[in-house]
Design a protein around this ligand. Structure first.
Ligand code: PEP
Ligand code: MN
Length: 340
């Protein structure tokens, strides 16, 4: 249920509605808007009767919401959500997150951080804790990796995105990360999502390996339900019958998310394709499709990379891509975010 208040409602009228929701054992979410204020209700297991709220003074309309996710939906909040990260806003001008798949050493991370920054990247990526299919593969440097990311952040001034694999490492990761990444494999780790929902830190929520849009938005709902409104969605390809690429990049999901949700959406063409030669074309397509940004893997010595070298862009590829993205953004009447 979404209750829209009259534009001239009084604070007392709003409070009466909020108290009514609480008295029903449900959770009110006051959502300020440009025209007026809305109150979203969560916690109900079945439909609510709009007449329960229509009778309150100051209420313009009570609208039943049938979608399984509420706080993540456009019905609940019409205006686009902007997620502040450092001096940027995800959801505003086009943003580029770039860096290695994994933090491998201080030297490797600083080298790549410097070069992506010089090419115009806004935010640095790099995994310290890596979710690997094989237990025998490189699992990341762990807390040593976090220290390295901290150093890279200090030197370049770039905000950092890094993955949080589990609750055990949540505190340590959130001390360094400006954005906490939930990987595809953890999209439905509801215990982790609940803990993240209590933080007041941006979360980059990757789409699950074969998640539908509704399932993905339900996971976002977990984050929003406890009050963390800073959620960025990231399409990274899904598993299909196609076997010519690592995953199938579902670009249709970009406009679909923008119709259904107010949350910003970015695209990861690296994990979606798995092959260097396909990353830039899909990054350009993502910008053309209206994504709010991309996240790409870059490595200057991909043949030595401990993880995902085959899909890492070379520094010169990345530079050329940045120039293309600038032109695509301009053609659509947007721009790339300005680095401080
Ligand atoms: C990553 O971005 O480092 C990663 C592991 O991606 P995904 O969770 O999408 O596989
Ligand atoms: Mn990777």
């Amino acid at each position: 249920m979404l209750i829209i208040m009259h534009s001239d409602h009084t604070p007392e009228q709003l409070e009466a509605v909020v108290n009514k929701v609480k008295a029903m054992g449900l959770k009110p979410h006051v959502i300020p808007g440009a025209q007026s204020v809305a109150v979203g209700i969560t916690g109900n297991s079945g439909p609510l009767d709009p007449r329960e709220f229509d009778v309150f003074a100051g209420v313009s309309e009570a609208i039943p919401v049938t979608k399984p996710y509420k706080l993540a939906s456009r019905d609940f909040k019409h205006a686009d959500t902007l997620v502040p990260v450092g001096s940027y806003e995800v959801g505003g001008p086009f943003l580029v997150i770039a860096g290695p798949c994994a933090v491998e050493s201080e030297d490797q991370t600083l080298r790549i951080a410097r070069l992506v920054k010089a090419a115009g990247a806004h935010i640095l990526r790099g995994g310290a804790f890596k979710p690997r299919t094989s237990p025998y593969s490189f699992q990341g440097l762990g807390s040593k990796g976090l220290e390295i990311l901290k150093a890279a952040k200090q030197e370049t001034g770039m905000p950092v995105v890094t993955e949080v694999l589990d609750q055990r490492t949540l505190e340590a990761v959130s001390e360094v990360a400006d954005v906490l990444q939930v990987g595809a494999r953890n999209m439905q780790n509801f215990a982790l999502l609940r803990d993240l929902s209590r933080l007041r830190k941006p979360v980059l929520l990757k789409r699950g390996l074969s998640a539908t849009l509704d399932e993905w938005l339900m996971s976002a709902e977990y984050l929003l339900s406890e009050g963390n409104a800073q959620v960025i969605l990231c399409e990274r390809g899904v598993r299909t019958f196609s076997d010519h690429a690592r995953n199938t990049l579902d670009l249709t999901v970009v406009p679909a998310v923008k119709e259904k949700s107010h949350l910003p959406i970015i695209v990861d063409p690296s994990h979606a394709t798995g092959v260097r030669s396909r990353v830039a074309p899909m990054a350009r397509a993502s910008a053309a499709a209206g994504a709010h940004g991309i996240m790409v893997e870059v490595h200057d010595r991909p043949e030595q990379a401990l993880c995902d070298g085959a899909q890492a862009l070379l520094p010169e590829d990345f530079k050329a891509l940045m120039a293309d993205l600038e032109q695509i953004a301009a053609a659509l009447g947007h721009s790339l975010a300005k680095a401080p």
